[in-house]
Design a binder for this molecule. Structure first.
Ligand SMILES: *Cc1c(COP(=O)(O)O)cnc(C)c1O
Length: 356
């Protein structure tokens, strides 16, 4: 069978991206957690990361971590989404460490760990401005004291997250604030924090520039490693591969049509009012991929002369008028992905995954 529409995954490029990131970070004494949530933790991709030198893994989904454990992965695994109170048993069973911000949940983790004769590592998340998870800096010391009293958990470090909800950029200033909080906790509690976790891909730029505050000793990297991009800064990372993942899809209709809909218009199939500019007659390709597989703006045509016009559940429409080569029905079009596109395609059971 010919594969018309699939996600092509280049394991060698993922391995190379991993080793390049590790090399950079190692030179600054920064440990890298390989984040697997962007690709539903597919074991072959995880193995490519490990082949590139990644020693510790992290995911936001317990289901992914459990699956990796069931497949025999023995690496240290950190849960990146603050745990549900209802799932503390699974967290303690399958992960080594979790990021946290709620005392009741940490207490739950502690009780669960005690009942199993275990100790669970906790990284306290501190919100330095992005306004997703984490205690505010002024509340971190109190919380750290409370955690230190619990017998089933070990406060192994603190961390922060940026560039996700509020789009806050990691800077020397907000990461220095994290270091200050760490220093205060260490001094007042008389403990050593093993981990100071300074963010994800958006923090790599500070490392590249040699501006990462001393003491930040961990980053949790997904996007950069997989796609070679840094969405928060709106940049591609020149020393990484951007094409480890490619979406390939087949043309199922190719026709010249007007660019402005004909007749009275209502809403599109997702309830939005289409705004289409009249550019006259255009050559349009329909491909066998739709919004139930991917977000339309998650696909970036390899050919800059191709433009994604939009789509519905099962179709996407591409303007190919300006493309030089001759395109025919049955041909394949190739796209790079942004992070959201990657998330969607990995989760679509209609899109085959092909490893090269
Ligand atoms: C997803 C996630 C990361 C990884 O972010 P990237 O931008 O993909 O590198 C890091 N930390 C947390 C808490 C996350 O949820």
């Amino acid at each position: 069978m010919k594969l018309g529409t699939y996600l092509e995954i280049n394991l060698k490029k993922i391995q190379e991206n991993s080793s390049r990131i590790l090399e950079l970070c190692r030179s600054m004494d920064i440990q890298v957690l390989g984040v697997t949530k962007g690709f539903t933790a597919k074991p072959r991709i995880v193995r490519a990361m490990i082949a590139g030198g990644i020693e510790s893994l992290a995911d936001s989904r317990l289901e992914n971590i459990k699956m990796l454990r069931d497949r025999g992965f023995k690496q240290s695994m950190t849960l990146l989404r603050i745990p549900r109170l209802s799932a503390v048993d699974m967290v303690v069973e399958y992960t080594d460490c979790s990021v946290n911000s709620e005392y009741s949940v940490i207490k739950g983790l502690s009780d669960e760990a005690l009942s199993r004769g275990k100790k669970h590592d906790v990284v306290l998340m501190v919100d330095v401005g992005d306004l997703r998870e984490g205690v505010l800096p002024e509340d971190a010391l109190e919380m750290a004291k409370d955690i230190a009293m619990l017998k089933g958990v070990r406060l192994c470090g603190i961390g922060t997250n940026m560039g996700c909800f509020g789009g806050v950029l990691p800077t020397m200033r907000n990461l220095n604030l994290l270091m200050e909080v760490a220093g205060e906790i260490e001094k007042r509690l008389g403990i050593k924090l093993e981990v100071i976790s300074g963010g994800g891909t958006s923090s790599l730029q500070l490392v590249e520039r040699g501006q990462m505050p001393k003491g930040i000793n961990q980053l949790r990297i997904g996007e950069g490693l997989l796609l070679g991009t840094d969405t928060t800064h709106g940049r591609t990372i020149s020393w990484l591969h951007q094409d480890a993942f490619l979406a390939k899809t087949e043309v199922i209709e190719l026709k010249v049509k007007p660019s402005k809909p004909i007749g009275e218009t209502g809403r599109d199939s997702f309830g939005k009012i289409p705004s289409l500019v009249d550019k006259g007659l255009r050559k349009r390709a329909i491909v066998a991929l739709g919004k139930q597989d991917v977000n339309v703006d998650g696909l970036i045509p390899i050919d800059p002369n191709m433009h994604v016009l939009g789509g519905s559940s099962d179709h996407m429409i591409i303007d190919v008028t300006d493309v030089d080569e001759n395109i025919e029905v049955g041909d394949q079009l190739t796209f790079k992905l942004n992070y959201q596109g990657l998330l969607f395609l990995c989760n679509s059971r209609y899109v085959k995954k092909v490893y090269v």
